[in-house]
Structures are given as C-alpha cells and as structure tokens.
Design a protein around this ligand. Structure first.
Ligand code: 9MR
Length: 361
C-alpha cells in the first residue's frame, strides 16, 4: 500500500469516527419531547411490558413524561376470571413509571372490546341482569382503581360508548343490558375509589362533526347530572389526510368550552389516507409495496407539524398528548399484510424528519 493510500484510509477512518461521534452527540443533545414541551403539556406514550425491558426503555424515559398501558389494564387482560385478576403486566408498567418518575394514564375501565368471557353472562350462559352487571362493573373498577390509587393520575373511565352509525349510543353489551346508566355509574365508581384521579371519557373520530355532536351531547348530559367527569380524551388516530386544521381547532374549542380538560390520548399519523388511520377493512387487499416513500414522509411531516402547531396554540386547554406506540418498529396499525409508519421514531428507534419538525418552534 502506498503512503498516500494509507493516508487516505486513515483520513477516511478519522472522518467516519467523527461523524459517528457527531450523531451520538446529537442523540445525547436531544432534550426529549416531554422536556421540549414542558411548559405546554405532558407528552406520553402507550407501552407494552416487553418494551420496558428492551431497547425501547431508554427511548421511553428520554422522550416521554407519561405512560399508558396499551392493553395491560383492559378488563379482559387484567380480570380474566370473575375471581381472578392478572396484575403482573400492569404492575410492571406502574413500577417502571414510579422508578423513572413518570406519570401513568390508566386505560381503560369500561369498554365494549377486550372484555372477559365471564362478564356479561351467568353460569348457564344467559345474560345477567342490569343489577348484576353494574355490581360487576363496580367491583372491577373498585379493585383496579384502588390498587393503583395515588399512582395513576388519570383514568380513561369509559371508552368509545358513542356509535359510529346514525344511532346515539353504541349498541354494545353494556348498553343492551344497562341502557345508558353504565356510563355515569362507571364514573361514580371510579371517583369513589380514588377521588383525586382525573376521570376521562375517551373516543375516536372526534373531529367528524356528526360524531363530535353526539359526544358533546353525552358529555353535557353527564355534567348536567353532576357525574364526576373531569376530561375528554380525543384519541387522535389520524392520517396524512385527516384531520384538517379547522376540524381540529373546532374540536378543541367545543370540548374545552364544556369546562373539561382536553387530552389527545392515542396519537398516531398513518401514512395511508383516510379516517382512523386509513385502516384496511375485512377483505380489502393492500396495494403497492408497503414501503415508507419520500412522499409519505413529507405528507406525514406536514401533518405532524400542523397538529403540534395547533396543540401549542391551544396549550391552555390541553393537558396531555400521548402517542399510541413508541416507534415504527411496532404499531397496532400494521396488519392485513401492510406495514405502517405512523410514529416519530423509525424501526431503529431513531427520530424521523417529522420529529425534528415537532421540536422546532
Ligand atoms: O393498540 C391496541 C391493540 O394492541 C389491541 O389489539 C386493540 C384491541 O381492540 O386495541 C388497541 O388499542 C385501542 C385502544 O385501546 C382504544 N382505542 C383504539 C385503539 C386502537 O385500536
């Protein structure tokens, strides 16, 4: 090897080492989303117990100030049999948050999905009465909320009780057996178990006028009945095409005008157009290659920039923004043979271009 080749190689090595150092320094210099938004609102993330024991843990503590269990506190997973609770996963998330001085949003006490088998039926398999179902709801809420009293600052008490079709309330098993009373009762039971917890009603498609109207109607009726409700969770499963700035601003204004806290509880921005993350429905086949194209990257970055701009503008009304999943390594939006890239970190856990737009203001 000639002298000049050796020199060239050592120059290249030195250059690549300094580049590596540079990107490391940049990673260390990153303040983290929650710190950048300290004066605005808490920024949180939905987590699985596995992530808290993996590479993701460092990213979670660096970037976020609050965690929400993605599934671990839902009634099916946490209360699989009437006389048996499964606490391991939920406990591990709460312990992680305590160790790292993070807040916890509890999710969720009463929902039509992910319910345990035993909940709505008696031993003969017949539907239970309204009294029995409300007693079961009471006992469930009392047990779970009491266990984490003082450790979970906010609960999604009732999730998704409003219908997507032209009816008002979703015709769920809860509704069929109890009528609308289960909603107010769930809040009362949660308040009784932890009077200091901030109690939320949580739903999706809250920027669609027809659905927004129905949610407003429900919230107004709960407030009029003096039900202990403190906030509304707007899920924010959005996409490159939704919501518009106008729709989003209108939702924040109308919900906060009720005197409730507003939190965005399940934020992600799908790279496929459409409501609810542009999900594929049963039987629909994915088209194209499922790659994250530069066009998607640009559209997503613009949507993230716009929504955080609005969030900052309405900082006085908004008390929290939670992402639904940590990075593009794992998202609930993957499915039916199609990959999605809805978050601010890529599958290598590195910040995407959209991240830098969100922290630049
Ligand atoms: O992300 C959750 C996914 O892992 C579960 O399979 C799914 C079951 O319905 O629930 C997902 O989380 C939902 C949340 O609890 C309520 N709002 C909609 C979320 C996405 O479906």
């Amino acid at each position: 090897m000639s002298c000049s080749t050796k020199l060239l190689i050592s120059c290249l090595l030195a250059l690549s080492a300094s580049l590596a150092l540079g990107s490391k320094a940049m990673a260390q210099d990153r303040k983290g989303l929650n710190n950048v938004y300290k004066k605005y609102f808490t920024i949180g993330v939905a987590v699985t117990p596995r992530e808290l024991k993996s590479e993701e843990a460092g990213l979670i503590t660096k970037e976020f100030g609050s965690v929400t269990p993605e599934n671990a506190m839902k009634m099916g997973p946490i209360h699989p049999q009437q006389d048996r609770f499964y606490w391991t996963d939920a406990d591990s998330i709460v312990a992680f948050a305590q160790r790292n001085k993070m807040k916890v949003r509890g999710h969720t006490l009463c929902w039509h999905a992910q319910t345990p088998r035993w909940l709505f039926v008696d031993s003969a398999g017949k539907d239970v009465s309204k009294e029995v179902l409300l007693k079961r709801l009471h006992d469930h809420i009392n047990e779970v909320v009491t266990r984490y009293k003082g450790k979970i600052y906010a609960w999604d008490v009732v999730n998704e009780a409003i219908a997507d079709d032209s009816t008002y309330l979703r015709r769920s098993k809860w509704y069929q057996i109890c009528g609308e009373d289960f909603i107010a009762k769930a809040f009362e039971y949660a308040h009784e178990a932890d009077p200091k917890a901030i109690l939320f009603y949580n739903d999706y498609n809250t920027e669609i006028p027809a659905k927004r109207e129905k949610i407003l109607k429900l919230l107004k009726s709960l407030i009029a009945k003096k039900v202990p409700i403190n906030g509304v969770g707007l899920q924010a499963h959005w996409s490159v095409s939704t919501p518009s700035r106008e729709e989003l601003e209108r939702s924040i204004k109308e919900f906060s005008a009720l005197g409730l806290q507003v939190q965005f509880t399940e934020l992600d921005i799908s790279v496929y157009a459409g409501r609810q993350g542009g999900q594929l429905v049963q039987g629909q086949q994915p088209t194209g290659s499922s790659a994250f194209t530069p066009e998607m990257e640009q559209q997503q970055l613009e949507k993230y920039k716009m929504v955080f701009d609005v969030f900052r503008q309405y900082r006085k009304k908004i008390t929290g923004v939670t992402f639904w999943n940590v990075s593009d390594r794992y998202t609930w939006l993957n499915g039916r043979g199609r990959k999605n890239y809805p978050l601010l970190f890529d599958a290598e856990l590195q910040p995407k271009k959209a991240y830098w737009e969100v922290v630049k203001f």
